[in-house]
Design a binder for this molecule. Structure first.
Ligand SMILES: [Zn+2]
Length: 91
């Protein structure tokens, strides 16, 4: 309840990173699983997993909310996100 709801994204899990203790959140947006790692200095790392392929990228954001928005914007900008969400993954 503490986390605001988004139209097309929801929080799957939140926990401290086992190595460095930074907050980590796992979101699903547009069928893409986004694991956001919040470094205390504002450098965020996002691990995105569509099921077929994955991609790690860095973000610079001053707040967790800003980092979420950036990560969701990235996922929303992907082509074929409908294909990712459902259906058999053979092809
Ligand atoms: Zn860390």
């Amino acid at each position: 309840m503490a986390v605001a709801a988004f139209e097309d994204a929801w929080l799957e899990a939140a926990y401290p990173d086992e190595e460095c203790g930074c907050p980590v959140e796992e979101w699903v947006c547009c069928g893409v699983s986004l694991q956001i790692h919040y470094e205390p200095d504002g450098s965020m790392e996002v691990f995105a997993d569509t099921g077929d392929w994955d991609h790690t990228f860095a973000l610079k954001a001053s707040t967790m909310e800003a980092a979420r928005s950036e990560a969701f914007a990235w996922a929303r900008g992907l082509p074929c996100s409908d294909d990712i969400t459902g259906g058999p993954a053979n092809g």
